[in-house]
Design a protein around this ligand. Structure first.
Ligand code: CA
Length: 427
């Protein structure tokens, strides 16, 4: 959909639902998720202010008539079947919901009984995994992050490997252990090779870390042998979530040669529960960094493909001490989503509905914008102190990592909600 034709993005729109200042979910956002309540089994919903709109109720009561939606499309545990209707259909549903929620639209507003049933206070719902994830890819697309890691573990003078500016480097991650915000993460155990011992030991990780990432979710099914071009990529992307790629640095460092991340990563990844549509993010496009050397033709692209999204990570201890440890921005990415999807499929690899493609750690240029503790504490050499004197290099049992993200312009804030996980002791 063209930028100007998305009426739902108009910053002047107001809803009859009260949306407080600073809310992630004004009428211009309308992200999709899956929720349940004491009385409802999992169904699809849309967030607005402090409410969740029950899409099953809207659909069954005729509010979405004329959109050609299959019966029962929202009465499901996951959004995959809805996503499979395509980006355009998703946009039409979002436009219709926007219309229903506008301050001057009386269809729901004046029907008190229907309003009560259609709008459920956020505090009464449990947000669930929005999608069943068939495949998960993790990229490595922040130049600052790759440079920091390369400097730390190899050579500051040659921090980027020779392929880095030619290929959006990535690997296939583990889809089964992607969990929704709020799900506890058990500290992983594994082989660690300590500096002062010759043989590896078996132990709970001593260097547990987060990685601040944004992931996009696909809404198409492609055939083996076919590819998605950079110019078609956005038709295949429904929206995005925040993504914490939990990482056990000690397990990772010992295992990663020669095949890359494995048990240091696959014990859990956390996503935020609301899929913010690419449509809602339209007004926040910015140009990406200049790419030199010039990329191969299949990675070339036109237009502004980066997004200005403010990102923040906080560490919260079991004593409720909270500290913002990182402030970054999605706009810093060297490789954009279109290039990542084009690269992923250039060899004929197929894409499925609900696939998750994570950006890679999003580090900015300044030390307070580094997207992992590995970088923020420079592999433990620069600990930080919380207000109560607690010192941290990596994540301790009982700590919670909270990620937030939002785009903001002309008084409109498109937020992602929370991406949160607490570390429990190893089982
Ligand atoms: Ca990662």
């Amino acid at each position: 959909m063209k930028k100007d034709s998305i009426i739902a993005n108009n910053p002047k729109l107001k809803s009859w639902v009260e949306v407080s200042i600073g809310s992630d979910f004004p009428i211009q956002n309308l992200p999709f998720g899956i929720f349940k309540t004491k009385f409802l089994s999992p169904v699809a919903g849309v967030a607005i202010g402090n409410f969740v709109i029950d899409l099953v109720y809207l659909h069954e009561n005729g509010y979405l008539d004329g959109l050609g939606l299959p019966a029962g499309i929202f009465n499901k545990k996951y959004l995959n079947d809805f996503l499979a209707l395509g980006r355009k259909k998703g946009g039409e549903v979002r436009e219709r919901i926007s219309e229903l929620m506008r301050h001057d639209n009386d269809e729901l507003k004046q029907n008190v009984a229907a309003r009560e049933l259609a709008l459920i206070p956020m505090r009464e719902v449990q947000l669930l995994m929005p999608i069943r994830v068939p495949n998960y890819t993790d990229f490595y697309s922040s130049e600052e992050h790759a440079t920091n890691v390369g400097s730390m573990f190899r050579d500051p003078k040659n921090a980027l490997l020779p392929n880095w500016k030619h290929i959006p480097v990535g690997y296939h991650g583990r889809a089964s252990s992607i969990v929704v915000s709020g799900t506890p993460i058990y500290r992983p155990k594994g082989q660690l090779k300590l500096a002062d011992t010759e043989q590896p030991i078996f132990s709970p990780s001593r260097k547990l870390d987060f990685e601040l990432e944004v992931a996009f979710i696909t809404c198409v099914e492609t055939k083996l042998g076919t590819s998605i071009s950079t110019s078609n990529a956005e038709d295949a992307i429904f929206g995005a979530v925040l993504f914490n790629d939990w990482s056990a640095r000690d397990i990772q460092q010992w295992e990663y040669v020669p095949l890359g991340p494995f048990l240091g990563k696959n014990f859990g990844s956390t996503i935020s529960p609301w899929i913010v549509t690419l449509d809602a993010l339209e007004p926040f496009r910015v140009e990406g960094p200049l790419q030199a050397p010039r990329v191969l033709p299949y990675l070339a692209y036109n237009g502004s493909k980066n997004f200005d999204l403010n990102l923040e990570v906080s560490l919260i201890t079991s004593q409720e001490q909270q500290l913002v440890v990182c402030q970054s921005n999605f706009k810093y990415m060297y490789w954009n989503m279109n290039q990542q999807l084009a690269h992923q499929t250039v060899n004929g690899c197929n894409v499925q509905v609900g696939d998750v493609y994570a950006s890679g750690t999003i580090s900015g240029p300044s030390p307070d914008s580094y997207g992992s503790l590995l970088e923020l504490t420079w592999n433990g050499q620069r600990p930080f102190t919380l207000n109560d004197g607690t010192v941290r290099t990596f994540i301790e049992d009982g700590d919670t990592i909270l990620m937030k993200g939002y785009a903001e312009k002309e008084g409109v804030r498109i937020g992602f909600g929370e991406c949160k996980g607490k570390i429990w002791p190893a089982l």
